[in-house]
Design a protein around this ligand. Structure first.
Ligand SMILES: Nc1ncnc2c1ncn2[C@@H]1O[C@H](COP(=O)(O)OP(=O)(O)OP(=O)(O)O)[C@@H](O)[C@H]1O
Length: 580
């Protein structure tokens, strides 16, 4: 559990003495149950008709039942049965609910439809009635009891986990991991599963009480542990007939069930409250995952870069339209005959206001154009090779290795539950068979290169400032020494001074790595600091392009001048230059 969650929990408990007493009582009860054979010598199933229905006393602290059996021994041994059935049921319910929920939410489509329908049908039945039916059909006993309780409890978990998964799968770090070719199991475990640990823990705690009640209810109805073995629900049923004559027969198991259910619900509530008190993508050392393993993707026929004179990427009169007739925007033109190229060591600034098509163009360069959009004319050449017939695997091999993306939202690009070192290392491991030591050394090196302290590798994203996070994302982009970096509004979310430092860093790294840099931004001022050449995009068309300095000083293009006028210091200069 995270430090913060533990702190919240302890803080809540410190200010809630009755809660603390309750938890202490249940803790003692559970400990006594677990140590039952050492606490009492009495055999919980041995009958002694000479000592039937004795009230609590020295020899039998909780009295005896109508078979002369020691109620304390039965209570403690019965508690072992009740609690272990509940523990196994929670694990089974979680395993089923989490697996089905993640599968439905992550894979979507037919998998989602089928699984969701099954869940809906099961949820349509009252839980306890269905559990009684299942247990009765299976004939009662410990295993059927676990199966019955688990079978009816998992659908609710599956539904909640599916909802969480739908949300997580849209996060930038999941999309990034998928696009660079991280194996599906790793995305599911590292990126989806680890982020679900918090909700899963809270759900488990909140439902533990319900499960114990359900188990007791089924045992009460004679569908649980077979007599004469003790179990709390069954003891309650046995004592019911003698309730007036020997109330201790129901008070002991009833009190135990009451205490445990109350404590489980109480603890579930404070775990939930403490977890909600953390940041949305909160502290995340709930579980520290192992080092990501190295994997080599099959190399495709993609030719590596590249002679200096040949563009790393060349988009030649590309046109992108909404081609899916089901889209309400069917027929709309997003990019119209745009040509842009980036050479080694060159920084090209792609500028345009919101909606001008910058992101669509960046996505095209990374092979990420998806329905309802499609390339309808022109071509994209990467490292001299036409990409028209590239498969998803061809693109995956290139992304994150030869071409990297630095996105505008560093927080969403980073997985909140993985340490920084693991995240950078994972990008490298996906594309190389380097040893863990080599990966670690490279991670430390790239972290230093982006001017972060090495200790940052041990930290989580929420422990870093916005500027530090953006440096981490840049480190992830460069760890595999790509030839081409696409920076999509990389400084938009930062304050002005941090912006400048990140821009200088990018410029510096570009020189050091000999990178081609496609810098996408709506902000001419930002672009002017890094770009050698600018391309100005308006409503999907290039309206002007040329060396940055030339465009800045001599442009007669009204749209470019409009963009320049939006820069505070430039407005006056422009007005003076044009005499307006
Ligand atoms: N899937 C889509 N269906 C319909 N129209 C789309 C789709 N994706 C993008 N567009 C439209 O294409 C145009 C260009 O979008 P794009 O996201 O490339 O612009 P942008 O310049 O990157 O803007 P911003 O800086 O706001 O992200 C916009 O008008 C947008 O509404």
């Amino acid at each position: 559990m995270s430090e913060r969650l533990t702190r919240n929990l302890l803080g809540t408990l410190r200010h809630d003495p009755p809660g603390l007493v309750l938890l202490a009582m249940v803790g003692i009860l559970v400990a006594l149950c677990l140590m039952a054979p050492w606490i009492t010598d009495a055999d919980p199933t041995a009958t002694d008709f000479a000592n039937m229905l004795l009230p609590p006393g020295l020899a039998h602290p909780l009295g005896t039942d109508d078979f002369g059996r020691d109620v304390l021994a039965r209570l403690l041994h019965g508690g072992r049965a009740s609690l272990s059935i509940a523990a196994v049921a929670v694990v089974v319910v979680m395993a089923l609910g989490v697996t089905v929920g993640i599968a439905a939410g992550y894979f979507g489509g037919a998998v989602d439809i089928v699984l969701t329908k099954i869940v809906d049908v099961l949820l349509a039945f009252p839980r306890l009635v269905l559990a009684i039916a299942v247990a009765a059909l299976m004939g009662g006993g410990m295993v059927p009891l676990i199966i019955a309780v688990s079978a009816v409890a998992w659908p609710a978990y599956a539904r909640i986990i599916r909802a969480f998964t739908l949300q997580i799968r849209r996060e930038g770090y999941v999309l990034a991991a998928r696009t660079i070719g991280t194996p599906t199991w790793k995305v599911l475990v590292h990126h989806v599963g680890l982020n679900l640990l918090g909700p899963i823990l809270v759900l488990a705690m909140l439902d533990l009480g319900n499960l114990i009640l359900a188990i007791s209810a089924l045992s009460f109805l004679g569908l649980g542990v077979a007599p004469p073995r003790p179990e709390w629900g069954a003891m309650l049923n046995e004592g019911r007939a003698m309730m007036e004559l020997a109330p201790w027969l129901v008070l002991a198991p009833g009190g135990a069930i009451f205490l445990v259910v109350l404590a489980a619900n109480y603890f579930g509530d404070i775990v939930r409250d403490s977890a909600e008190g953390r940041p949305v993508h909160g502290p995340s050392d709930w579980l520290r995952p192992g080092r990501p393993g190295a994997r080599r993707l099959p190399r495709t026929s993609v030719r590596e870069p590249s002679a200096a004179e040949q563009p790393l990427v060349a988009l030649d009169r590309v046109t992108v339209d909404v081609t899916d007739p089901r889209s309400p925007y069917f027929g709309r033109r997003i990019l119209d005959g745009v040509s842009v190229s980036v050479r080694q060591g060159e920084c090209v600034g792609l500028i345009g206001e919101s909606g001008s098509g910058k992101s669509t163009l960046a996505a095209l360069t990374l092979g990420l154009t998806r329905r309802p959009l499609a390339l309808t004319a022109g071509s994209v050449r990467l490292f001299g090779a036409g990409t028209g017939d590239w498969t998803w695997d061809d693109w995956r091999d290139v992304r994150g290795r030869a071409v990297s993306l630095v996105s505008q939202d560093p927080l969403s690009a980073l997985n909140p539950v993985l340490r920084i070192g693991e995240q950078i290392g994972e990008v490298m491991a996906v594309h190389s068979a380097a040893s863990p030591e080599a990966i670690e050394a490279r991670v430390r090196e790239i972290v230093r290169e982006v001017h972060l302290p090495e200790s940052v590798t041990e930290r989580y994203p929420h422990e870093l400032s916005g500027g530090m996070r953006q440096r981490v994302v840049i480190a992830m982009g460069l760890v595999n020494r790509p030839s081409l970096l696409i920076a999509d509004e990389p400084t938009t979310a930062l304050d002005v001074s941090t912006q400048l430092r990140i821009l200088d860093l990018l410029r510096d790294l570009q020189g050091r790595y000999g990178l081609g840099l496609l810098f996408v931004s709506h902000d001419l001022r930002v672009v002017s600091r890094v770009a050698d050449r600018v391309v100005i995009l308006k409503e999907g068309r290039v309206v002007e392009e040329g060396p940055t300095e030339t465009v800045f000083t001599t442009s007669r293009q009204p749209y470019t001048r409009e963009l320049m006028a939006a820069i505070p210091g430039r407005r006056r200069e422009l007005m003076q230059a044009t005499g307006t």
